[in-house]
Design a protein around this ligand. Sequence first.
Ligand code: GAL
Ligand code: MG
Length: 946
Amino acid sequence: MTMKLQPRARFFYYAELADALNYDDQKSPYAFSLNGQWQFCYLGSPREIPTAFLEGRYQDLDWGSIQVPGHLELQGYGEPNYTNIDFPIPVAPPNVPAENPTGLYYRTFTYQKHLDRQILRFDGVDSVFKVWLNGRLVGEGHGSRLMTEFDVTEFLVDGENQLAVEMEKWSQYSYLEDQDMWWLSGIFRDVTIVEETLIEDFQITPVYQENQWFAQIQVKQNLSSFQPVALDIYYRGEVVTTALLKEETAQVLIPDAKEWNNEEPNLYTAVIQDVQKDALVAVRFGLRRVEMLQDQICLNGVPVLFNGVNRHEFDPEHGRTLSREAIRSEVLQIKKMHINAIRTSHYPNDPYFYDVCDEVGLLVIDECDIETHGMWVQVHPAQDSYWEAEFVERGLRMVHRDFNHPCVLIWSLGNESDFGPNFIAMAQAMRQADPSRLIHYEGDRDTVVADMYSTMYTSVEELEKRASKQVHQKPQILCEYGHAMGNGPGSLQDYQDIFRLYPSLQGGFIWEWKDHGLKQGENYVWGGAFHEPVNDGTFCIDGLVLPDGTPSPGLLEYTRIIQPLKFYVAQNHVVVESLYHYQTVVDLQLQWSVEVSGRVLAEGSVPLPPLAAKALSPVISLPFPTTIEQGAYLNLTVVATESFDVFEVGDVIAATQTQAQAIETAGIEANVTVEDSAARLVIRRGDLEVVINRGSGNICQISQKGQTLLQKEMSLTLDRLPISNDMNVVADRKQKRIGTLFYRCEDLRMTVYEAAAMVVLRQRIMPPAVSWGIELEITLWVTDAGLTVTTKGWFDGEKPLEVPRIGYSLPLNQQIGEIGWYGRGPEESYPDSFANALVGRYQVSRTNWAFPYVVPQEAGNRMDVSWATLTLPASDIGLRLTAIHPLNLNVVGEAGNILGATDGGDEIRIDSRVQALGSNSCGPLPLARYRLYTDPFHFSFTVQVD
Ligand code: GAL
Ligand code: MG
């Protein structure tokens, strides 16, 4: 009869309710820790195990000592070896080298049995082991990062006991445990005797039905017929419901339910009063649902954005043996950096880790202990039936052990082990054991069993291509990206931008949290430090923090990029958006300063109103003059004024800096009024009226004192008349249809406060018949400075490599009279032709604006324009344009034709960038450095009408 227990949940019995509710097994009299100093004997191979050991004559051995938990190689027995992919041993499964470091462990302890059954629990032994209690073989274990339990009731005695363990470093299972890390063996996690009576297994699945939350309870007893037991469910120390369990399964309604999510980690504790007196079984759980809704991974109905890290268990002195304090402080550090998710790369972690994640609120992808990366063999384990049972068993051992943790949203089958029937069988068994979670596996490239498409280190361009296809498909996450090796990673903002843009991209996990440098004296060492013949050098030094946890600049950068608040700024007006998914934040203060050359021109602070998840704050107008010096910066910092989450008073929650816009305003005091309908949004302030077409997302009219400006919608356009030197690219432009764009507003939100309004909208621009487009985030402000338009755009899909220009066309309903500007002039200028166009203040009439080329073509662009005034002789209003970052200005004729060709209204062009000229009518195209590639763009300008 095997003493080894079937996979089950990991839980404890308690004697005191307070300890059960605190979930503090260290206080339980029913958990007896066997951690500590053990006697130890290090051998070169299992063939050298002395007969005395096998026969239980332990006194006859020559013992040294070892700390349990801990690794052999970090306590003077053998040496660490770092490899990424390759095995340091010949790949000859299931055989292992004849020299196979072997450890004999031995200790005695005095024991007093309390309850009916005693279970000997090993939380982690690398890689295989055998156990003897009082000279009798109890059983064998394997699966280095998985729990192994033996029923030792028949072996354990009251009084003195002798426990012996034999472990081997290499085994056939090593071929499934080839993660990128130091090879470190031994009993490296806790060893405990847990006392039990009736309850053998205890699983809780949160169930949401018809707007109510239930705890689905599944209890196994070690009796042939079920004996009724009393169940109490506690929330924050108070009983919220009770039930008498009469069968193995029951569904218990939770009144006034508080959901669990990573921002509001509400936990319940279910306590079963066992039949035996003073024996309570406690299991903590959370009410949350994980599901796919509209092709997205959702937590409680809200799409998840993983701002995650991959975390190995690592300590520079103790390897994968971590104390509870170390685990807690590391998880808190991660949470404080605004990271919301951890992938337990690449194995189930120390059980305490999940307790902390449940408590502080972190989303976990729990990964199974399978990696066969370096198996350069004909048939991969994933496809070899020999390994099927082992794959399935590992999956089930993880699912059962961690079942009750709300932090675990997703099970990951493993890492870098190819794909095949064994993973299919494993996934099926895991889904059957737990239908309440999702499945991840990067190696399942066609998502045969995985709920999401997962890739590593995919480029921004590749991600955009897939995400912009706008078809029904499983979402994509990056289980690894942003390789943090040494100085780096770069482009985190570029990734974050597209995660936020495309619903099918649900974020990713930086590789990786910590450098695995082992401490030697004052230094940290990497692969090769122990003269390992096979090693991968510095590849283990690839974390966001140093081995001791010191944050690298890369981590601070990541924190800024994933901070939970987003700022929108125009002149002295600020809107703060909450990027939290669930919680309302209160007690935040916005601190601001305006600085130029290190001099503070103005500063202050204002309390932020409570901000609901995803909400925009009202427009906050900061009291500084907008006539400040050019080149000043506005610094914005949000700090906590009360502690919340893991933050304390004074902690910086988010910060940003923008250039402060110097702008003259007419100083008209007026409040904003808004008129909204399905078709149009009209914003009025004083004499200014701005009308937004809710369908296209474009501004369709601007008027002042009742006089309208626009003939047609103002829109972002890309085309211009070709120049003679474009003769070889016109066909391509035509083919990409850059001149025929359709506009669609995908989302529009508005916020107002007294004298200012801001609209933030998402717009999609697409041409017909070809598959590319532009995603835009546009903010439109109506303030005392007029209308400010800030545009960020991302080209995607099968996009053209280059475009002739990127900017707004304002088709006027009248002609312009005079144009004055500060920028390059007086002649036209283009990125590769501006030597004769000096920055200055100029004024010309419309008729002298564009050079009259004999063959009509694009003409008249002025670069580096900071401001411009345009008169409109047909009405008594005029226009003034201003930009913080100088832009391109052009005035063309109706419908983009040359000026003066028709007698219709003129068109103003405010361009972020324009294409260069080159001389390709006979010579080369423009130099690469002047060309206008379809990279993301960002620009802003203000229109004043008076
Ligand atoms: C990945 C792998 C990680 C790590 C990383 C490189 O392919 O999953 O374990 O090796 O590359 O640092
Ligand atoms: Mg690998």
